[in-house]
Design a protein around this ligand. Structure first.
Ligand code: ZN
Length: 256
């Protein structure tokens, strides 16, 4: 046995994994070769050191509990499913990237709805704000002949002001609000304890599909005679629908 042969068998010899004949050959060479004897001693020191307690550290008490507690239930499920079904991580990553790209693409090619969605949200926000800050009406009147002149000179259009007191939806006031990047008429109606805001501004655009309900408020929008209308209230949807129909009929009847 020469030095290079012994070198390949050294670890096996230290672990007593070589047969008796090989072991005897190794010991015969070691007795004659100081270099291999030194190599063996070095290996033995490293082996013993790596088995000593000094290289092992016990985890602090409670560390496992803290790690488990910090994992959200959903994460736990995903991770445990991943491990259970051995889904390769790169496939999961590819799937996630695919989902993100698809969502981004859909967001990109369907921008039309988001415009009317955000306008609907603006209408609801304006309605809520009008209820909250005691800014429901700048002009308080149950008489449309008082409300209508109040808007004169304040807007670049003359809204048709209808009172529906006889039909159970009395006009209680009006104000100027700001929607769709422009000043608009806000007429305030009441049905029992419920407030209805009717926003009116000139627009030749056809009505877009918009949500009919946001945050519990119902919305109806329509365009007639180059004017856009948005009615918003926490009324029952059917009662708001009746209100919208009454306004549509009355405005049509009032047109010259
Ligand atoms: Zn040797």
């Amino acid at each position: 046995m020469d030095c290079s042969q012994l070198r390949t068998l050294l670890d096996a010899y230290l672990d007593t994994e070589v047969d008796l004949m090989t072991s005897l050959d190794i010991e015969k060479h070691l007795a004659e070769c100081p270099a291999c004897t030194l190599r063996l001693q070095n290996r033995r020191v490293i082996k013993e050191a790596s088995q000593g307690d000094s290289l092992y550290m016990r985890a602090p008490a409670g560390l496992e509990d803290r790690i488990r507690a910090s994992i959200k239930p959903a994460d736990k499920l995903v991770w445990s499913n991943m491990l259970r079904y051995s889904v390769p991580l790169n496939r999961v990553a590819a799937l996630l990237i695919g989902v993100i790209l698809t969502a981004g693409l859909f967001h990109f090619i369907v921008p039309a709805n988001s415009t009317s969605d955000s306008l609907a949200q603006e209408v609801v926000d304006s309605h809520i704000r009008s209820l909250m800050v005691d800014h429901l009406s700048d002009v308080i009147s149950t008489d449309q002949h008082t409300v209508k002149p109040w808007f004169d000179g304040k807007l670049d259009f003359a809204p048709v002001v209808i009172n529906l007191a006889d039909q159970g939806y009395p006009l209680i006031g009006g104000r100027i609000d700001y929607l769709d990047n422009r000043p608009v008429t806000a007429l305030v109606y009441q049905k029992d304890k419920h407030i209805i805001n009717l926003f009116i501004w000139p627009s030749t655009e056809a009505p877009e599909t918009a949500p009919t309900s946001i945050q519990g408020y119902h919305l109806i929008n329509w365009t007639a005679a180059n004017t856009t209308y948005w009615a918003v209230s926490d009324l029952e949807a059917s009662e708001l629908q009746t209100f919208a129909q009454l306004i549509q009929q009355s405005v049509a009847a009032a047109q010259p």
